[in-house]
Design a protein around this ligand. Sequence first.
Ligand code: ADP
Ligand code: MG
Length: 361
Amino acid sequence: MSNITVCARFRPLSSKERRDHGDGVCIRCIDTETFILKDEKEEDIIFSFDRVFCEKSGQAEVYEFLVLPIVRDAINGINGTIITYGQTGAGKTYSIEGPGILECGEQKKGILPRVVDGIFEHIKSDKMAKYSIKFLTELSSLLRDLFDLSKDNIQIKESKIQGILLSGATEMSIMDPAEALQSLSTGIANRAVGETQMNMASSRSHCIYIFTVQQELTGDKGMKTGKLVLVDLAGSEKVEKTGAEGRALEEAKMINKSLSALGNVINALTCGSGRANHIPYRDSKLTRILQDALGGNSRTALLCCCSPSVSNASESLSTLRFGARAKHIKASPRVNCNEDKYSKKNEALSPDKDESCKRIL
Ligand code: ADP
Ligand code: MG
């Protein structure tokens, strides 16, 4: 069992923040793991994460530290999940997609195109493997297929061996990375169309990419399957801050419900509760989809994205506190293989009742 990896990423100040609030930043990085946030009362709060990426950190650095080990494991049949969390405008989508997933240049490429490249490099060396992607969003409490918006009621199912499955969603084989990125880019445009249909402010939906890597084991020994899930969460800011009204407000509340469900699952996993062992995964579709990621059989990494501006100090503090709590989640990923000796290793999750959750920030 090991803890999930939690990192913080601070984007550069935006020109709007500079114009409205001057150059005030509330973050000071001490070393590669430690940083200080000055809160609204001018108090210093120290955080220590697995890694802090400051404004000068590039996309390649984030990928190599946070994602590449998980991609390598997924190719070897171990589930992995990467989640970006933070208020709207904090850099979640930039981290996942980059400024655009097609042709944004090697340096600025986000996690998603790098994952596609990483998987493809492996395909070239292994002809016995099958790789596919599903791409979903949660809108109006329904799961929608971003490869085909007409599929708007994707069902969540659970299998003992394969864990959480999404049935009815389009599954696209990756044989050619350029083609995969082209389809993903259409899916990303569909996310915006879906949000507009719902009259939502942009980035008020979750975006979920699921890569599956299947390999036949030599000598007729069955199949090894690794699932890699990338999640670009909706903005975590309080609903009142979104300025939404009418239907958009209802959507914003719905999305916030799934984010609070995520917070509740993390609390239940890290602090225990009166009802020991009851983890409320079923309270939202998001937490059901992330059940493997948070519940044990996945190597999981959380990227807490923040603005460095003093004007956003309170939202950044709440994002970082979420990360500090999540740091206490323990995971026990295993190789997913339909061969008997592996499936018997399927240990039940025992939630971390570590008292230290009371000490964290
Ligand atoms: P979110 O998805 O969290 O709502 P975005 O990723 O869309 O936020 O980022 C908001 C803006 O900040 C975008 O214009 C984006 O290009 C820019 N941005 C975010 N992170 C970085 C970064 N690390 N370096 C440069 N620009 C960034
Ligand atoms: Mg976004």
